[in-house]
Design a binder for this molecule. Sequence first.
Ligand code: MLT
Length: 434
Amino acid sequence: MSILKEKLREKIVAERPRTEKLMKEFGNVKVDEVTIGQVIGGMRDIKSLVTDISYLDPFEGIRFRGLTIPEVFAKIPKVPNAEMPSVEGFFYFLLTGDIPTETEVAEVRSEFDKRREVPSYVFNILKSMPIDSHPMTMFATGIMSMQKDSIFAKDYHKGLKKANYWEAYYEDAMNLLAKLPEIAAFIYRLKYRDGKIIPSDPKLDFGGNFAHMMGIDKPYDDVARMYFILHSDHESGNVSAHTGHLVASALSDMYYAISAMLNGLAGPLHGLANEEVLRWLHGVMEKMGGKVPTEEDMKQFVYETLKTGVIPGFGHAVLRKTDPRYMAQREFCLKHLPNDLLFKYVDMLFKVVPPILLEQGKAKNPWPNVDAQSGVIQWYYGVKEYEFYTVLFGIGRALGVCSNIIWARALGYALERPKSLTTKMLEDIAFGKK
Ligand code: MLT
């Protein structure tokens, strides 16, 4: 058995009693109350999910397994000659909560290597899709097409014990994650580079191989690692993580769950937002005549925009401060592309927009989120096809959602099935008739 799987087994055995005790002895203790506003308003803020993989504090931002982003970047072993940690090491950390040693990272890498070959039928299916299909549709389809290989689906029908479900989900997760970079890069080259496919290089790590197959030189390997890590998880309530969790709670296997998660991510209110930010930014640049505007000009532009619309990339459902994922990417930009025109626009918006939103009282959170910065980096390194950005988000998010699903099966979380009411019932509650 692999080191990672063995470590995970130890952790699961140690963790199970905590969940069991909570369920058995404290199952009736109240966690939260729910208002009509929350029932109609997208279940906002209702505390009804549990995960130890990440936690989103509104004022601090995301912590992965208790660590902030700068701590993750400092502690997870780096790929040799790279600035960023390896995705393999980060995945080990997400799953186990332990910082991996170099040997443990190398072992995850060799596990992925063994499983990375994408079946040729996946490429044939992708090639047969209309070339103007959205890359997210292609990505989700490629993943769905491999569902027939699910180990969980097969073992379940052979009578797999509930206590061992997590192992089959783990195997499916490893098999699937190992293939994602190649499927994504294939879609990119097929759609936007005349189908000139670059074969995978087994000598490279997850992020390095992705950059290689995209056909983009250094430091795009680090951009890929950073991007996948930053987008991996944002606790459980966001649409992609929640969709993956919900679908897998029916014991649909990892292929169904990750493909469904991508379909949720493809929405403009979720993962597609980074594409919208970049489109908007180019519009701003055009209106400003392609020059760096003065702060005063930019303020006027923002006031004008706010008369009829919003500033994309600002605000967040949970966060009440600048998204630390934005700050991490800003730091990367300051180091690698400080003079890039688009980055200068983003930076000026960072200065100008929050005070205006605060002054107008328009947003609960006037600060920029991850999407305000991520497209700029992709554009700079030559990925100019906005619609592909969400696929990159999806590779990253799969790391977190797979980790969550493995743990959900390990701890025996139940089929998700909230209760619905009719509008009349809500009215009765509202008017005190019940
Ligand atoms: C995410 O990363 O999923 C987004 O920031 C959305 C969210 O957390 O609700």
